[in-house]
Design a protein. Structure first.
Length: 410
């Protein structure tokens, strides 16, 4: 039996200079701002149980200040780049959370200013002087973990917690709409909401069938448009598989089918898939078109969050494919991916592989970050760096060359 290679593919495989889909920052921004989301939701769900709690517009909630708090506690270095007024409000709030403020009236004032700061960041208030630079820094590093993780708990009893469950649905539909807009724009160079959503059929069952079929067609069209694009990481994997005839598999955190279709390799969808939906009540996961008209459903995607609950057989099946790839492959190549606290489960898979003295080749795109610093940081994160090799990527050719050399070494 020949050598086997697994590829862990992140958002960078479909982002800038690849398929040019939105970056993680833009994706999170779309989730938080939730613009024009109600139309898509009502096209898919005919039940009226949750509609009254579902609205367009940014995520506003008593817990929302946790989004702002986590963002700047986890990225303390960002504070120095903020305007003085904003920096002061954040520093005061962090001091309050650490228990350094004793005066009750001062506590209330700090809390109030911090909540207004969040509203100003997302554009529903002008009480704080937020510059575009401040706003971009916030959305570029935004952390949704605490807010979303707390909401997930309410999915246990959707009939009891309709308001909270509607917020969960809003998060998922906002993420879904963000991806649909990108795919439609890339496929047709048109606006998804104006040119597709508003003109589509109103019958729920028919819309579900049409969207599922069209989504597959759009992705196929994008693949055909890129059939000669030698810069694609996926295309490089396909070429090297044909040349070296290794056993291969893909573990993807993306929601599209591009990795599977272009590489031709068995693929594990760790974070869900665009044509998978989940029944709010039964927690059943099926294709969009397979649900009854009455079912209240939402996209089955893992949005950026700390908790990745395993609740279904379909998830377990995907994790089984991924686990085999992580543990049994002779080489694990990581590309288009950067390690962050949203993906602790993946870090654990990588760490366990290294503990088993199995090789990991990490292709790291740095942008303007220092390579030596990042390399040392990643080695410290995973430990056992003897089996971890980190290669810098500045252009797509770097991955092509690096993979070629690694396969030759087999």
């Amino acid at each position: 039996m020949g050598k086997s290679v697994a590829f862990l593919c992140g958002a960078g495989c479909e982002g800038k200079n690849q398929l040019d889909f939105p970056s993680g920052a833009n994706f999170k921004k779309d989730i938080v701002l939730s613009k024009n989301i109600k139309t898509l939701y009502e096209k898919i769900n005919s039940s009226r149980k949750f509609h009254e709690n579902f609205s367009n517009g940014a995520i506003i909630d008593a817990r929302c200040s946790t989004i702002l708090y986590q963002t700047f506690v986890e990225h303390v270095d960002l504070l120095n780049n903020l305007s003085n007024e904003v920096k002061k409000i954040i520093k005061n709030y962090i001091s309050y959370r650490k228990g350094n403020i004793e005066n009750d009236s001062e506590k209330k004032e700090i809390q109030s200013k911090f909540k207004e700061l969040y509203k100003s960041f997302i554009g529903v208030s002008n009480n704080c002087n937020i510059s575009e630079q401040d706003r971009e820094l916030f959305f570029g590093n935004i952390t949704l973990c605490s807010f979303s993780d707390e909401l997930f708990n309410y999915l246990r009893m959707p009939e009891v917690y309709k308001t909270e469950v509607s917020k969960v649905e809003k998060l998922y539909f906002s993420a879904y709409l963000s991806i649909l807009k990108s795919i439609y724009k890339t496929a047709h160079n048109k606006d998804f909401e104006k040119d597709y959503l508003c003109s589509s059929v109103n019958d729920k069952k028919q819309f579900r069938v049409c969207l599922e079929k069209d989504l597959e067609e759009w992705q196929n069209l994008i693949i055909r448009k890129n059939c000669d694009n030698k810069n694609l990481y996926y295309e490089t994997i396909r070429e090297k598989k044909a040349k070296y005839d290794f056993e291969g598999s893909v573990i993807t955190t993306n929601y599209t089918n591009f990795a599977e279709k272009i590489t031709g390799l068995k693929t594990a969808y760790l974070h869900g898939k665009l044509d998978w939906f989940e029944d709010i009540n039964s927690k059943e996961i099926k294709l969009l078109s397979d649900f009854s008209d009455e079912a209240e459903i939402m996209p089955f995607l893992f949005i950026p969050s700390g908790v990745k609950p395993v609740i279904s057989l379909k998830q377990i099946e995907q994790y089984k494919i991924a686990l085999e790839a992580f543990t049994q492959s002779d080489l694990l190549c990581i590309l288009g991916y950067s390690i962050n606290s949203d993906d602790e489960h993946i870090q654990n898979f990588i760490r366990e592989r290294l503990n088993q003295k199995k090789r990991v080749l990490f292709f790291l795109y740095l942008g303007d970050k220092d390579f030596t610093y990042m390399k040392n940081d990643y080695c410290a994160m995973f430990g056992n760096s003897q089996y971890l090799e980190i290669k810098k990527i500045e252009k797509s050719q770097d991955f092509r060359t690096g993979l070629e050399n690694a396969l030759k070494a087999f």
